[in-house]
Unconditional design. Structure first.
Length: 236
């Protein structure tokens, strides 16, 4: 019931609207931008799946070694979903922007950093509030929602927004692989994964819509003849 009540509160908060640029605009972007449609659809799907939770069977795994989704490639989904994709993208583009004096690269890196931090923070907070036990590991109460799904779908959404649907489609395929592997491992229920994917995608697109609406970047490169740097600014 805690999950159901929490999702109802999120659904009701969809009506919140704000057009002014404030420090919390990115935090609330899943419900104050067009990403609200992702949020509403994802929450509705989560609620419907959760309502039918008892009709699905999950196997108990005794150890991580036994959890092998897709045969010998099982460990790939677990490792990739730990933020490696997000961190590699952020550091890679920030470094490229600094060394090659490319402002767009810095903006790409900042976008990925924002989407990843906000989605991960909401995931951790929700895990603490809900404390749902994992389907195959009853001693672990951090099942809802899936952090792997949130991180991978935040990554995929930023890639799609920044680089188009050719690369975005590939990124979403990777995110789906990661998410399915978490269910196959019995680390998560289906509703955990849907909720996590919704949070990640909503922040990936929500922050992007804010940028399109004129929200400033807080990182901007400084270029001089003998080097360069990054200027950090923040608006209140």
């Amino acid at each position: 019931m805690k999950i159901f009540s929490l999702l109802i509160l999120f659904t009701l908060s969809i009506q919140i609207q704000s057009k002014e640029v404030r420090w919390y605009n990115d935090l609330t972007s899943p419900i104050t931008t067009d990403a609200k449609y992702i949020t509403m659809g994802g929450l509705a799907s989560t609620l419907m799946v959760y309502a039918n939770k008892s009709n699905r069977t999950y196997r108990k795994r005794e150890s991580l070694k036994e959890a092998k989704p897709f045969g010998k490639y099982g460990i790939i989904g677990d490792i990739m979903g730990r933020g490696i994709l997000n961190v590699t993208y952020s550091i890679g583009y920030l470094a490229h922007g600094y060394y090659f004096q490319n402002e767009k690269s810095v903006q790409n890196g900042e976008h990925m950093t924002k989407a990843s931090i906000y989605s991960s923070s909401l995931i951790m907070l929700t895990k603490l509030l809900v404390s749902e036990r994992r389907p195959g590991y009853p001693d672990d109460d951090s099942s809802f929602p899936s952090g792997h799904s949130a991180g991978s779908f935040a990554f995929a959404s930023v890639v799609a927004a920044r680089h188009g649907w050719y690369w975005g489609g590939a990124a979403y395929s990777i995110a789906s692989f990661i998410s399915i592997s978490r269910i196959n491992d019995d680390f998560h229920y289906l509703h955990d994964v849907i909720a996590g994917a919704t949070i990640g995608a909503a922040y990936g697109w929500g922050t992007y819509y804010n940028y399109k609406s004129g929200s400033p970047y807080f990182l901007s490169p400084i270029f001089v003849d003998n080097g360069g740097g990054l200027n950090v600014s923040w608006s209140y």
